[in-house]
Design a protein around this ligand. Structure first.
Ligand SMILES: Nc1ncnc2c1ncn2[C@@H]1O[C@H](COP(=O)(O)OP(=O)(O)O)[C@@H](O)[C@H]1O
Ligand SMILES: [Mg+2]
Length: 214
């Protein structure tokens, strides 16, 4: 089963937003989706709880990293990590998925924390191309701000792919309130967001996001 883990050292950077929008994207495309929430706050499960019965189905579960067993079967599993997993716990998380996605906010604190985290991932988490692929993206971006330009330079200088930036948009809030993703809102209203998501979807659909040893 395809497993995609969303993680970041800090809360509030958009992990659950990414996880739920990815789950919504795959489900409306007809792919069987499981959304696994490791965060005791349970944001992803709260989102799923308000998802309308008429929307494409997503199977959800709250999980504990110590009990997690890699599943077999078809489809995609989206894993929503809690903030700030380090050391041994981080290693355990990294082993759960073939692909890691790291959202970073345009803020100096978030950027510094993410730089250290990526270093830790590569060293402690032993992330390497044979076993795990990782990419970053910028979230809640207001274009043409100085801080966004420095985030862009920072992300581009990393040794891992910088996929895209997602703008700060009420569409994410509106979709989340209804248990939906932006791909389930009217295209006319979400055109820009869909375009910004495309590089994520393309990367996830390509071999570039799969470990060479898989
Ligand atoms: N691109 C975005 N535009 C607007 N609001 C966003 C965006 N990404 C996340 N948010 C909002 O920011 C808050 C934190 O996001 P969340 O996904 O819960 O972060 P995390 O899971 O990393 O703690 C939520 O209220 C969410 O709706
Ligand atoms: Mg969360």
């Amino acid at each position: 089963m395809r497993r995609i883990l969303i993680l970041n050292p800090k809360g509030g950077c958009g992990k659950s937003t990414l996880a739920s929008n990815l789950a919504s994207y795959y489900s409306q495309a007809g792919t069987p989706v499981q959304l696994v929430d490791f965060d005791p706050q349970g944001s992803s499960m709260d989102w799923l709880a308000v998802r309308p019965a008429s929307a494409a189905p997503i199977h959800g579960a709250l999980a504990n990293e110590e009990d997690f067993m890699v599943p077999h079967g078809q489809g995609v599993m989206i894993l929503d990590a809690p903030a700030g997993v380090h050391g041994k716990r981080l290693k355990r998380y990294v082993k759960m998925a073939q692909t890691l996605l790291i959202p970073v906010l345009p803020s100096p604190i978030d950027m510094r924390a993410s730089a250290k985290y990526i270093e830790e991932l590569l060293l402690v988490g032993r992330v390497n191309k044979e076993k795990t692929r990782v990419a970053v993206l910028a979230n809640r971006v207001r274009e043409n701000t100085l801080i966004y330009h420095s985030l862009e330079r920072f992300l581009a200088a990393l040794e891992i792919p910088f996929l895209t930036h997602l703008r700060d948009s009420q569409n994410y809030i509106r979709a989340a309130e209804q248990g939906l993703g932006i791909f389930e809102l009217p295209p006319s209203q979400t055109e820009v967001d869909r375009e910004q998501w495309q590089p994520i979807l393309d990367w996830l659909a390509s071999k570039q996001s799969l470990p060479t040893g898989s």
